[in-house]
Write a protein that binds this ligand. Structure first.
Ligand code: GLY
Length: 380
């Protein structure tokens, strides 16, 4: 086989970058293919490493992967320290606030599920929450503390990963058009400019765009779930606005505020499936309205950025992660929905284990990319 590299990774979002770096640090030669690395969902992501407070009903099956991934972060970040880029990893924990009685009940019910799954979430008196976060407003009616839910800055992590992959691998700033195969063996990636990257193994990790790659052995049932997200600068007099990540339920609407070390706050994020990639005025209004209910001082901040990006959703909200039945030398890693940043270290380890021929985790069948297909035959 004519191969340029051991591993070709299609997609330079946080997942593709993480996989490329994991393969490089295990000694493989890698080409990462993306015309605009970290320009998609990664550019918008808030970066909550929060398995407990990001738990949604009926997604408990994801917990083994999310908890495992969160625990891998310190070592994963340590492996990038040589790049000199600080990813802004903060272990200050998360406070979850309720507005009205229904919000309080919903969060208490969720706490039961979280505790049943051994996640550390405690209801604490509001006066205790206000001791660490004095700007919590008078309208909040309950507070829950998730001490193990952390955060980092995905843009800075991506910067570190891009530096690492550029230095120790190959960054190909071009668009992939399809994967190539001989029989059932994938041989590499064809690019839009007509060139080809030959590889012993290929990883498809380009988010929603994965579904459009030519030559895939199965359909990838991805759908865009749009999120509007804001960045606000905290004026000197109000710093630090917050030390914890604040999440809230405000009359049934979820909202979060993630404080960054650079004195900004990320406010997000809506969940829209309306097909519109433009920033929604209603979405921005809702986020600012709800955040002010919990932290009134949000009204004093400077609005510096408004973005919309799409999360790659799947029919069961679990990723499309693993090999495809009857296909060799191919791993798919997309569909991470709300959990791209959280799942990066675990997804990277799993993908590289698979291409090295090691067994994946026991629950891997749940993530199989072709699990929604009846006949898992190659589509020619
Ligand atoms: N993980 C946060 C979000 O998707 O909005």
């Amino acid at each position: 086989m004519n191969t340029d590299v051991d591993v070709a990774v299609v997609g330079g979002g946080i997942i593709g970058l993480g996989i490329a770096w994991e393969a490089i640090r295990r000694g493989h030669s890698v080409a990462l293919i993306d015309p605009d690395p970290a320009g998609g969902a990664t550019h918008a992501a808030a970066g909550m490493i929060a398995p407990a407070s990001e738990l949604h009903y009926r997604e408990e099956h994801l917990l083994r992967l999310t908890v495992d991934s969160a625990s891998r972060y310190p070592e994963f970040l340590f492996s990038l320290a040589w790049t000199g880029v600080d990813p802004g990893y903060r272990r200050t924990g998360t406070l979850v606030l309720a507005l009205d009685g229904a919000d309080r009940t919903a969060l208490a019910d969720l706490q039961t599920v979280q505790q049943r799954n051994s996640l550390s979430v405690q209801q604490i008196p509001l006066r205790e929450a206000r001791r660490s976060e004095p700007l919590i407003g008078p309208a909040a009616t309950a507070a829950f503390h998730a001490p193990d839910d952390h955060q980092l800055d995905p843009r800075r992590l991506a910067q570190a990963l891009i530096a690492a992959v550029s230095e120790r691998g190959r960054l190909v700033r071009r668009r992939a058009s399809g994967i190539e195969r001989t029989g059932n063996r994938v041989t590499g990636v064809s690019l839009e400019d007509g060139t080809f990257v030959g590889a012993r193994h290929t990883v498809v990790a380009n988010g929603l765009a994965a579904a459009d790659l030519a030559g895939l052995p199965c359909q990838l049932p991805l759908r865009p779930v749009y999120g509007d997200i804001l960045r606000l600068r905290v004026p000197e007099a109000l710093q630090p606005l917050l030390t914890h990540t604040i999440r809230g339920l405000v009359r049934g609407h979820a909202v979060y505020l993630v404080p960054r070390e650079d004195g900004t706050v990320v406010l997000g994020a809506t969940m829209r499936e309306d097909g519109s990639s433009a920033v929604s005025a209603g979405g921005v209004y809702q986020l600012l309205r709800d955040a002010q209910q919990l932290i009134p001082a949000v009204a004093e901040l400077e609005l510096v950025e408004v973005l919309c990006r799409a999360r790659p959703g799947t029919p069961d909200n679990a990723p499309l992660l693993g090999g495809v039945t009857g296909t060799h030398n191919l791993v798919i890693a997309t569909g991470f929905f709300r959990h791209g940043v959280l799942l990066t270290p675990a997804a990277a380890a799993l993908c590289v284990d698979l291409l090295e021929g090691k067994p994946g985790p026991a629950e891997q069948e749940r993530y199989k990319p072709d699990r929604f297909e009846e006949g898992r035959a190659w589509r020619s």
